[in-house]
Structures are given as structure tokens and as C-alpha cells.
Design a protein around this ligand. Structure first.
Ligand code: LFR
Length: 482
């Protein structure tokens, strides 16, 4: 029979892609990019939203192209897996129609609802059950800002795509763990919280675990895409960070990871959540991973700082390529000014260079003027944030780590990788850049029986299929030379 291949739909805050994944024990996991499309928040109907209709059209376009490529190769697409950023949702009415384009977590409407939510259940109680780090945009605060939830269901973004492809409504568990309404210990909805907030018990559809089948494609989708009639949608780690961490090419247990893209997610993998007050105060999260693991991490600022600067500079007519900009930044001396990359002041779009300059000025340091100096400041600040967060993770879990894996877009940023090795004092292994799509494909391949085993076995397939870069911390380099 025709060789099995898997379609991964992977959408981040700044771009999306549809990829074909091939998996074998001999050559590991490999990806072919079929379709790429831009994404970004848009001002629409009085808020910052995602243009979901446009995204879904791109998904269909990508799946159509993927079906054609597989057909041409004599391959068979077995399933489709979907992952996106977390937290956000679309509201769907009884007829299955989306009531509005989904809000983006960068919209500020939930700023006003945090107090109201905390008046019903204290932050301490919320954390003791959900283990979720406090972020103003967690789903629970966004739902509190909805004027009317009668007769609607909230479908998280990947679940919304799966629903439109299959007609089945489910909530995938890794993403459910970012809502603030999910019990980190039981792995079920925190129904007493739903009740306390006056949310309908069925505000979210029932849970589905990564690896379980959501359904087969609707006839209209089959017709439009040309995918084979028995193609299924398989739930993967639909939270992009869950899929990325599933594909961290670790071959030892004491590893730390940084999923470095729009955000940097910095932490370790655990078997059980840490729900104590020290952990809450340090704002560490216990998000659910593939195979019931816990991603113990904190959101550190990310390459959003850089991409937003680039957007501003381009609009001002300054167009140095990113590699050139990073080279000039790398040539600047260490020890320059730093900002707190996690400051919510950087969450909203627009005028990032000005906001960074203002933040530096507030620290009393001389503010960077040239773009290269701003870029260097971002990189130094991210690396320092990574090191701080990693030290906190080790302290709070009582575990030490001996290697830092950087996956995602940031793994290609040589300056950032080296600065991270220097700041943490640990060796850094960088890659794969498309960890998210790899994790997506690996879970599908396991469901299809093309591979077997747990996360360790899946990760070994990433090691086999990827060229990884190694960075040695500067201090270690010096002492080995002397
Ligand atoms: C990364 C990510 C983070 C989440 C943020 C908002 O893409 O999914 O894990 O905190 O986006 O959803």
C-alpha cells in the first residue's frame, strides 16, 4: 500500500504553515513545507482580533496542495494534526456558526476583568487547582469579558479548525490547561470554578487527549481539498508549545528547554505539577504536555520584541536585513543596557523601539539609539531572562539541568543561542527550528502505528532527522583554552 504521510497545520502568532511529515525509524522525522502564510492581529470591530476566516481559507489551501503533492508521490495522507498558540477561542452558536472573529490575547479588554475574577476565586485558590501562571489574557479573564455566552460554546483556536474540518466539537487537553479552568491534578475541567464564575458546564466541548482521533473530514472538506475519504483529524499537542516540547531532541532526563518564537517558554518537564505558593509567586505554570507530562515553565518575552521593532523600522524606511542587523548587534560589546523582556508594557503592538528606549531610560542606563543597539539590548535581555527563569525553575523543582535545548525560530539566531549559553553557563543545543510541526507529526505517526513508544522514543526520531547546533558557554570555552 502507499506510504503513509501526515499533514501538520501549525499556526503561530506571526505565520502559519501546512507541512507534510514523513516518519521512519531509519531517517527520523522530516518535514516538507507545502504552504506558508502570514498571520497577525488585526483591528476589527473595536478590538484586536485574528482574521480567522482568512486563516481557515489558508488552511484549506494548504491541505489542498498537500493532497496534490502526496498524490503525485504515490503517498497517502493518513491524518491531519492542528496546533496554534494557546488561550484564545472562537464562540460558536448552536448552528455551528462563528459569532465573531476571535479576539487576540493582545487585546486589552481582559485587563478590566481580572479583579472581578479574583473577587470570585482568589489567585491563590486558582493556582492551587489549575497551576496556571497569571497572564492577563488567560482564557478565564477573556471569558469574563464576554457580554453574552447564552447558547454558545468556546472552541479554542485549534479545536475550532478541527470542528470546521470534521463537524466534531472537542477541547484538546494540552490547550485546555491554558484556560484557567482546568484541574492540573485530575486532568479534568475544574467544574466548581465554571459554576462559581456562572459559566455553563458545557462552555467548552468535552476533552480529547493528544493521539486520539477527533473525526473524519466533512464531505465538503473532502471535495474542496481532494484529501482521501478516510483521512482523519487526530488530536496532537494542539497548544503549539506542547508540540514543540514533545519534539525537543533530548537524549537525557536533566534537560531544560526554551521554545523560542513570538514568546520564549523556558522551563523543564515534570511528571507532576508544582502547586505551592513559592511557585505561584514566581509565576511558573504547570501546563499539560503530550502523554500527561507537565510543562513547568514561565513565559519570558520573545522575538515579538524584535519583529515589532522590525515592523516599526520598515515603516520608517529603515530596511536592514535581519542577518545584517544581528551581525551588527553581535559586534557590540557585552554588558550593555537591559530591559525586563516580560514587562506587560511590551504585549501590545506598535512603536516597540520607543517603548524599549523608554524602559532602558527608566533603569537609568543610557538608552540605545541605533537599531543595532536596540537589537543587542533585546538579545541581552532575553538571554538574561532565560538564565533567571531557568535558575528559578531549578530552585522551585529541586532539580538541576545540564543542557539547554533551544527549539523554534530562536534556535536559528546564533547571537541569542550564544548569549544564552553564556548567561546560563550551560551548553546549548539549538534546533529543530520547526519543532512544533515535528511534535505535531510524531503524535499523528504514533496514532497511525508508524512509530511506537513514549516521548523518549519520539524524541530520538527528532535527533535522527535533525542537524543540531552546539554552543559552549564563554566561561567554559575560556577555561578549556587556558
Ligand atoms: C506560544 C504560546 C504560549 C502562550 C502564548 C499565548 O506560541 O502558545 O505558550 O502562552 O502563545 O497563547
Amino acid at each position: 500500500s502507499a506510504p503513509a504521510v501526515f499533514a501538520a497545520v501549525d499556526i503561530g502568532a506571526s505565520s502559519g504553515r501546512v507541512m507534510l511529515g514523513r516518519v521512519s525509524t531509519a531517517s527520523g522525522v522530516s518535514l516538507e513545507t507545502i504552504h506558508r502564510f502570514p498571520n497577525g492581529v488585526v483591528e476589527l470591530d473595536g478590538g484586536l482580533r485574528w482574521d480567522f476566516d482568512a486563516l481557515f481559507a489558508e488552511v484549506l489551501k494548504g491541505l489542498t496542495a498537500a493532497a496534490a503533492v502526496a498524490r503525485g508521490n504515490g503517498e497517502r495522507i493518513v491524518s491531519v494534526g492542528i496546533d496554534t498558540w494557546a488561550v484564545d477561542y472562537g464562540l460558536v452558536d448552536k448552528t455551528g456558526a462563528l459569532t465573531a472573529q476571535p479576539y487576540s490575547y493582545r487585546d486589552e479588554r481582559s485587563r478590566a476583568t481580572v479583579e472581578r475574577v479574583h473577587a470570585v476565586i482568589s489567585p491563590e485558590k486558582l493556582y492551587a487547582t489549575t497551576g496556571l501562571q497569571y497572564l492577563q489574557f488567560n482564557t478565564v479573564y477573556q471569558l469574563a469579558a464576554e457580554p453574552n455566552l447564552d447558547g454558545v460554546q468556546a472552541l479554542l483556536i485549534p479545536d475550532l479548525i478541527a470542528f470546521l474540518l470534521t463537524g466534531e466539537r472537542r477541547t484538546e487537553a494540552t490547550n485546555a490547561s491554558t484556560t484557567g479552568l482546568f484541574d492540573a491534578v485530575s486532568g479534568q475541567w475544574a467544574t466548581d470554578f465554571l459554576d462559581a464564575f456562572g459559566l455553563p458546564r458545557n462552555i467548552f466541548p468535552p476533552l480529547v487527549q493528544p493521539g486520539e482521533t477527533v473525526g473524519t473530514l466533512l464531505p465538503a472538506v473532502l471535495e474542496q481539498t481532494g484529501l482521501p475519504a478516510d483521512t482523519t483529524v487526530v488530536a496532537v499537542g494542539s497548544h503549539d508549545t506542547a508540540s514543540a516540547v514533545a519534539a525537543v531532541p533530548a537524549d537525557q532526563e536533566d534537560f531544560a528547554y526554551i521554545s523560542s518564537g513570538t514568546w520564549s517558554l523556558v522551563g523543564v518537564e515534570l511528571d507532576a505539577p508544582v502547586l505551592n505558593e513559592a511557585s505561584r509567586k514566581a509565576n511558573f505554570t504547570n501546563e499539560r504536555g503530550v502523554d500527561g507530562t507537565i510543562r513547568y515553565l514561565r513565559n519570558v518575552g520573545g522575538l515579538w520584541l524584535l519583529s515589532e521593532c522590525q515592523r516599526t523600522w520598515a515603516a520608517q524606511g529603515f530596511s536592514q536585513s535581519l542577518p545584517a542587523l544581528l551581525d551588527s548587534a553581535a559586534a557590540l560589546p557585552a554588558g550593555g543596557p537591559q530591559i525586563n523582556a516580560d514587562d506587560p508594557a511590551f504585549t501590545a503592538p506598535d512603536n516597540m523601539p520607543d517603548r524599549i528606549r523608554a524602559a532602558v531610560r527608566n533603569t537609568g542606563a543610557v538608552f540605545p539609539d541605533r537599531p543595532a543597539a536596540v537589537v543587542r539590548c533585546i538579545m541581552d535581555s532575553l538571554a538574561a531572562g532565560y538564565a533567571r527563569t531557568l535558575a528559578d525553575a531549578e530552585r522551585l523543582t529541586g532539580r538541576s539541568t545540564s543542557v539547554v535545548h533551544i527549539v523554534g525560530g530562536g534556535s536559528q539566531n546564533r547571537l541569542l543561542c550564544q548569549l544564552t549559553a553564556d548567561a546560563t553557563g550551560k551548553p546549548v543545543i539549538a534546533g529543530p527550528v520547526e519543532a512544533t510541526a515535528q511534535g505535531n507529526v510524531l503524535v499523528q505517526a504514533r496514532t497511525a502505528g508508524a512509530v511506537t513508544g513514549g516521548l523518549a522514543e519520539l524524541r530520538a526520531l527528532v535527533v535522527t532527522g535533525t542537524a543540531l547546533e552546539h554552543y559552549v558557554p564563554a566561561a567554559a570555552l575560556q577555561s578549556s583554552r587556558s
